[in-house]
Design a binder for this molecule. Structure first.
Ligand code: SF4
Ligand code: SF4
Length: 104
């Protein structure tokens, strides 16, 4: 399952497709004869735009924060990819967050 996924509320209205800037991240599917839009986790960048676009609360995400910190504590080697928006949204905090993670 991808980080962002479609739940049972999906009515196949396609609004998420229009909101998404990642080509192919939203994939047409069918369940019980009804149209729905699934997320291709290999293309989705988890930007969250479809959460705002979807009026049916049909988008959810897997919160793997606890697993992330557990893996860090175990000494797993982890690469961090940070969206540029993080710096824009947290101009005063982002260096502390990065420094803190690096320390751990
Ligand atoms: S996920 Fe939401 S916006 Fe996308 S097709 Fe389903 S109901 Fe519509
Ligand atoms: S989270 Fe962003 S990239 Fe992923 S499907 Fe939704 S709009 Fe597209």
């Amino acid at each position: 399952m991808s980080l962002v996924y479609t739940n049972e509320n999906c009515v196949g209205c396609n609004k998420c497709i229009g909101a998404c800037s990642c080509m192919g991240a939203n994939v047409q599917a069918e369940k019980d004869g009804k149209n729905r839009i699934e997320v291709d986790g290999t293309k989705c960048i988890a930007c969250g735009a479809c959460f705002d676009a979807c009026k049916h609360d049909a988008r959810e995400f897997c919160d793997d924060t606890e697993r992330f910190f557990a893996d860090l504590a175990k000494g797993e080697r982890i690469s961090l990819l940070l969206a540029p928006a993080f710096k824009a949204n947290y101009p005063r905090e982002y260096e502390k967050v990065l420094g803190g993670l690096k320390q751990v």
